[in-house]
Design a protein around this ligand. Structure first.
Ligand code: FE2
Ligand code: FE2
Length: 139
């Protein structure tokens, strides 16, 4: 049985909402601390918090699905994945344009931070594309 939209038929809808908020807010804070721990060279702390953040994020996703977020059918799920792929695959030119504007405006440090995300965005697209190819999904 799918837990999609489960909250609507549960006595615990508000508890599910509270748990979703707690997991999402907690993982967001973790991710910020991961970045800051890396800036300070605390790579072991960053690694531990990154794993916790990812798992808490998925816990938030579970409660989010119970609240009817996301997509119910497999077909809709693939379509949403393809939409995300398109965003990831076109991120490079948009981010580079933004970084160029920042550099021209005299904020090279900010430009460098934005540029540092580009290769991972490209990898996000490649990662999804590999799964589409394996499943014969058009994108
Ligand atoms: Fe959690
Ligand atoms: Fe991404």
């Amino acid at each position: 049985m799918s837990m999609y939209n489960y909250a609507k038929r549960s006595k615990f809808e508000s508890a599910i909402k509270q748990m979703q908020d707690a997991e999402v807010n907690g993982s967001e804070l973790y991710f910020v601390l991961v970045y800051l721990a890396r800036e300070h060279g605390l790579h072991d702390l960053a690694e531990a918090m990154l794993k916790n953040a990812s798992e808490d994020s998925v816990h938030g996703g579970m409660y989010g699905a119970m609240l009817g977020k996301g997509k119910e059918t497999v077909d809709e799920l693939w379509k949403q994945a393809v939409r995300l792929y398109k965003v990831e695959a076109t991120a490079q030119s948009k981010l580079q344009k933004m970084a160029d504007e920042m550099r021209s405006a005299g904020e090279p440090e900010l430009a460098k931070c934005v540029e540092a995300t580009i290769e991972e965005e490209n990898e996000h697209a490649r990662r999804l594309k590999a799964v589409f190819d394996a499943h014969g999904i058009a994108y």
